[in-house]
Write a protein that binds this ligand. Structure first.
Ligand SMILES: *Cc1c(COP(=O)(O)O)cnc(C)c1O
Length: 409
């Protein structure tokens, strides 16, 4: 099959399935146009007004618009929009602000942290730094006394805090209070960025020094990332922004993807609108509706529900594994991912849970009523995991629902 035909097939798949992976989303047609534009032909190594190539007058303006929008939207004095994606952004922060072997602290993967937050041995963050990991308690909350003791014992230079599978509010203010004033506090808000912008989740900006985020998840922009330095950060170290900029380029990257920068500028502009605010609010309402319907059908949710855009089902009381459920759900047109639950007794390849989120189905215009239908289908799928006829029947219903909420591509 040709690439063109494969793209058409993937478009059909995206149109006809429910995208419930919480880190996925549909971007805007304008962003797709910017990313596919001739901006991709340009080389712009360096920063605004200080490029290593000629012909960057217009690119400077585009990058300037993206930076100004980021600063305004988050209320920060410094922003870098060049990181290629979330993982390189986090690497740049660590490289720019630390020396190899320095002690970092981060949330472990099984509690919902990200690999780049110090996962031992196999990642940049775990290999080049002394990484101290902490986790959430059995009830899904943080034990701040334990964390504070760990801080006193290990004396980290930097905390990197962010989540990919945590359904509750992250108390950035509380975290900031258990770290000594000289520790660099980095919040990775990749998953919750839209909730922070819309005021649906407390912002780390008043308490943390550095904020990283991807731009392709809840922000609905192109694949990319940003690093921001807050007022606190610049008070701690007036050169913090410069150090991070230097780590992005020339430390880790070459030329910025100017086509992506334009897409980020567009997505940030849209994220400042009242429509985006209502979208973010509906994302949370939808997650809560999906959550309560699933609970009423007998599902057990990690922490018993959700405050944000995602939920984690612990399937152990249903006698199926996360992988089995995710595979059967995909046959029915409901695309999720298997995920470990805290204190999982099964391995990461066939964990006990599935993770699902509402950013993408909300972007299609779906509301609480549709979430209840989806919950019923999820229940039916888990009840008839090996019954391909039944899964096919649900698939037909999923396609009709998708047709009633078309995507704009
Ligand atoms: C997605 C994510 C990342 C990594 O982003 P990539 O663009 O996949 O490299 C890092 N941190 C968090 C919290 C994330 O959710």
């Amino acid at each position: 099959m040709s690439i063109h035909e494969l793209i058409e097939k993937e478009i059909k798949r995206q149109r006809e399935t429910l995208m419930l992976i919480p880190s996925e989303n549909y971007t805007y047609p304008e962003v797709r146009a910017a990313v596919g534009s001739p901006l991709m032909h340009k080389y712009s190594e360096g920063y605004i007004g200080k490029r290593y190539y000629q012909g960057n007058e217009i690119i400077d303006e585009i990058e300037g618009l993206a930076i100004e929008s980021a600063k305004k939207l988050f209320g920060v004095p410094h922003a870098n929009v060049q990181p290629y994606s979330g993982s390189p952004a986090n690497s740049a922060v660590l490289m720019g602000l630390l020396n190899p072997g320095d002690v970092i602290m981060g949330l472990n993967l099984s509690s919902g942290g990200h690999l780049t937050h110090g996962h031992p041995t196999i990642t940049f963050s775990g290999k080049f730094f002394k990484s101290i990991q902490f986790g959430i308690s059995k009830d899904g909350t943080f034990n701040f006394e334990e964390i504070e003791n760990l801080v006193k014992q290990e004396k980290p230079k930097l905390l990197i805090l962010g989540t990919t599978a945590f359904p509750r509010v992250l108390d950035f203010e509380k975290f900031a209070s258990v770290f000594p004033k000289d520790v660099i506090l980095v919040a990775d808000i990749s998953h919750i960025v839209g909730l922070v912008i819309a005021g649906e989740h407390p912002s780390p900006v008043p308490y943390f020094d550095v904020i990283t985020t991807t731009t392709h998840k809840m922000l609905k922009g192109p694949r990319g990332a940003m690093i921001m330095v807050t007022k606190n950060g610049l008070q701690k170290d007036a050169d913090m922004g410069k150090k991070i900029d230097k780590a992005v380029f020339p430390g880790l990257q070459g030329g910025p993807h100017d086509n992506t920068t334009a897409g980020i500028a567009l997505a940030l502009e849209k994220a400042g609108s009242s429509e985006y605010k209502s979208y973010a609010h509906q994302v949370v309402l939808n997650a809560q509706s999906l959550s309560s319907k699933l609970i009423s059908l007998g599902f057990e949710l990690v922490t018993g529900g959700t405050d944000n855009h995602l939920l984690l089902i612990d399937l152990r009381n249903m006698n199926v594994t996360g992988k089995e459920a995710a595979v059967a759900l995909e046959k029915a047109g409901i695309v999720t991912n298997a995920n470990s639950v805290p204190f999982d007794d099964k391995g990461p390849f066939n964990p006990s849970g599935i993770r699902m989120g509402t950013p993408a189905v909300t972007a299609r215009g779906m509301k609480e009523q549709e979430m209840e239908k989806i919950a019923l289908w999820i229940h039916e799928v888990v009840q008839s995991i090996a019954d391909d006829n039944k899964l096919g029947e649900i698939r037909t219903k999923v396609i009709s629902l998708c047709e009633a909420f078309p995507v704009d591509f």
